[in-house]
Design a protein around this ligand. Structure first.
Ligand code: G3I
Ligand code: 9MR
Ligand code: ZN
Length: 607
């Protein structure tokens, strides 16, 4: 029987007698189940190894010469769908010539693989109405794994993935303008290193809080099995608060915030609790010691926190607002104190030489929270030169906060917003989103990334494009925006030139050797789960990438190797837009009451 006929029989649930559908299953079992079970998957067939939402477009990519493909059920090899591949197309970003396998019509929930006779079979994937729930859970729990200053234990799902309270010996570095010991006050390890950095914490925590504000209805009931679970506050907010606590503690009595808290140099590849290098609060080395970018980021994030936590903990919300306002005033007084590593400090710098965009972001968030016209005026005076930042989002988002400032203005939906500013930002955002849609549709790998995006953390940039599109969808609902965002997720979860799922412990072929100290201390059989690796980087700033062949196209400059910190590290600022993207895929039907905050009661689209 022809596979397409089998599929047609199987899919026609109601119209055919059960015996005929069973018969189709029996016929399919022989060629599929017996012949292909033992075969190893081929990287030439690239699928999202987590899967595809049942009602969405479904593309796989094939880098081998073939004409047709089959989708088979993984349980018994039965053919569910068969179609022609698209024409071969050359992809300059990877140097691959690829065809698209479009199986959008297949909506039947199940676990499948793609089979191309003569080429091989793909890794498996699911089709389901809630395909990304587990990915969201793992990606959010990755933040829990990054907690500093407390014991962490992932429990029976990942036995042995635990660490004792770490970095308990803290002190003020002379560059901070203070001396003496310092308690560990929480926060997340930034990345594969054990530093905590305000600037990167700002964008990451802000992104998670936005995920809550926009997709809260989907997220409210999801339990992350963290120590706070069940305390009445949604877990995404419980987890974000762990980092907020540290950020708030980085504020000095004058309102300014120190730039970072790290050891003097990076520790070796040891477990966090084994790292006994003192954890130093590090400043600029000269009065006023705090940095403007760190302080303005704190103002922005604390202002968001003030509105988001209000229904759950009004006292904490008030504390956050007070911190935000004090930080704002400090940054007014010191608008351009930038940061460079002081002598003797070699950990990450997150040095940003212009903090005007961070202040713009702080102004919008404070205005959204308080309605105070002072912040609004500040924004209106300063936003126009940044409109262009929406056209082609910058490659380092931790240093370029203007797009978040502008988007936040539109997301506010406030009645006192300036009509002209609103219209200008909306138009620019929507034009940019349409351009991303168009170029993704033209991309052989169906991904939004361009050649210029293959820098340190390119996977974070792919996730950010998805986030930009989803925010555009909040402004003007458009299925193209939502579907294109999902294409970027498919790229991250396996539909890429390496056929690699870039999130650890997700899918059947995922990153094994992230540059992540807790994963590489040799105690566990595999990496800590749920973490997004940095991805291909044409900057090649480590020995592994530098040693790759010189003529590689940008999207190929990657190796799954622990030593590759410029390509295979993980970081909270790439993780947060991944969470945002995943949060958008979850279904609101799962939600309990009270998940939404005041602002988000407005229009939303669900997919
Ligand atoms: O944007 C430019 C681009 O125009 C240029 O063509 C390209 C050439 O290489 O460089 C691009 O800038 C790069 C930038 O990342 C892009 O995001 C810089 O070269 C590169 O040095 C910079 O790397 C940063 C890296 O720290 C080194 O400072 C990464 O953004 C940043 O994510 C990373 O952060 C580290 C922390 O320092 C320490 N903790 C781990 C964390 C993640 O690796
Ligand atoms: O492990 C460090 C990583 O977390 C940083 O992102 C990266 C860039 O700042 O640096 C890594 O540390 C390397 C150091 O810079 C150079 N010597 C090798 C270190 C990693 O083994
Ligand atoms: Zn720690």
């Amino acid at each position: 029987m022809a596979p397409s006929l089998i599929a047609a029989l199987r899919n026609s649930h109601t119209s055919l007698p059960r015996w005929l559908r069973l018969c189709a299953t029996c016929l399919a079992l022989v060629p599929g189940g017996l012949l292909y079970a033992a075969e190893n998957p081929t990287p030439a067939i690239k699928v999202d190894q987590v899967g595809y939402l049942a009602d969405s477009p479904k593309f796989a990519v094939v880098s081998a010469s073939a004409k047709t493909f089959e989708i088979r059920r993984s349980s018994d090899g039965m053919v569910e769908f068969q179609a022609a591949l698209g024409p071969p197309v050359f992809d300059p970003l990877t140097g691959d010539t690829v065809e698209t396998a479009d199986f959008s019509p297949l909506r039947l929930p199940g676990t499948y693989f793609i089979l191309i006779p003569g080429v091989g079979k793909s890794w498996t994937f699911r089709i389901s109405g809630n395909v990304d729930d587990h990915a969201y859970y793992l990606a959010m729990r990755a933040f829990y794994g990054q907690r500093c200053g407390a014991a962490v234990d992932l429990g029976p799902e990942f036995p042995g993935y635990a660490h004792a309270a770490c970095h308990l010996h803290g002190e003020f570095h002379p560059s901070s303008g203070k001396t003496g010991p310092r308690d560990n006050l929480g926060g997340w390890h930034d990345a594969g290193d054990y530093g905590r950095y305000m600037v990167n914490s700002g964008v990451s925590t802000g992104t998670l809080l936005w995920a809550w504000e926009i997709f809260g209805r989907n997220l409210g009931p999801i339990q992350l099995k963290i120590p706070e679970t069940g305390n009445g506050t949604p877990d995404i907010l419980n987890e974000a608060r762990w980092n907020l606590k540290w950020m708030l503690a980085m504020q000095d009595t004058d309102g300014g915030a120190w730039h970072k808290q790290t050891s003097e140099h990076f520790s070796g590849f040891i477990a966090p609790e084994q790292d006994r290098l003192p954890s130093e609060v590090i400043g600029t080395g000269a009065p006023p010691y705090k940095s403007t970018c760190a302080t303005a980021d704190l103002a922005a994030v604390a202002a968001i926190a003030a509105r988001v936590y209000k229904p759950y903990d009004p006292q904490f919300a008030a504390q956050a607002l007070d911190a935000a306002e004090r930080a704002w005033r400090w940054a007014e007084q010191y608008p351009d104190v930038t940061f460079r590593n002081p002598p003797g400090i070699t950990t990450g710098e997150y040095g940003d030489f212009n903090c005007a965009d961070e202040r713009l972001w702080a102004a919008v968030e404070l205005w959204r929270t308080t309605g105070d016209a002072t912040y609004h005026r500040f924004f209106l005076k300063g936003y126009a030169p940044y409109l262009a930042s929406l056209d082609s989002p910058p490659s380092a988002n931790w240093s370029s906060m203007a797009p978040m400032a502008l988007r936040s203005y539109v997301l506010s939906r406030r009645k006192d917003a300036d009509a002209e500013a609103m219209a200008a930002i909306r138009a620019r955002m929507l034009t940019a989103a349409r351009a991303i849609v168009a170029r993704t549709a033209a991309s052989p790998y169906h991904v939004s990334l361009q050649a210029k995006d293959f820098v340190w953390g390119s996977n974070g940039i792919a996730a950010q494009y998805g986030m930009d599109l989803l925010i555009a969808n909040e402004i003007e609902p458009n299925p193209d925006f939502v579907n294109t965002a999902r294409e970027d997720l498919h790229y991250l979860l396996g539909r890429n030139t390496f056929s690699l799922c870039w999130v650890t412990r997700l899918g059947e072929h995922s990153v094994q050797h992230p540059h992540h100290r807790p994963s590489a201390d040799g105690k566990q059989p595999g990496p800590w789960p749920g973490m997004l690796a940095g991805g291909p980087n044409a900057g090649r700033q480590d020995v592994v990438l530098a040693a790759l062949p010189p003529d590689l196209p940008p999207a190929k400059i990657y190796a799954d190797a622990t030593a590759s910190y410029a390509g295979n590290e993980i970081a909270i600022n790439w993780q947060a837009p991944l969470v945002f993207l995943l949060a958008a895929q979850l279904h609101s039907e799962m939600s309990a009451d009270g998940a939404s905050t005041g602002e988000q009661a407005g229009k939303r689209t669900r997919n």
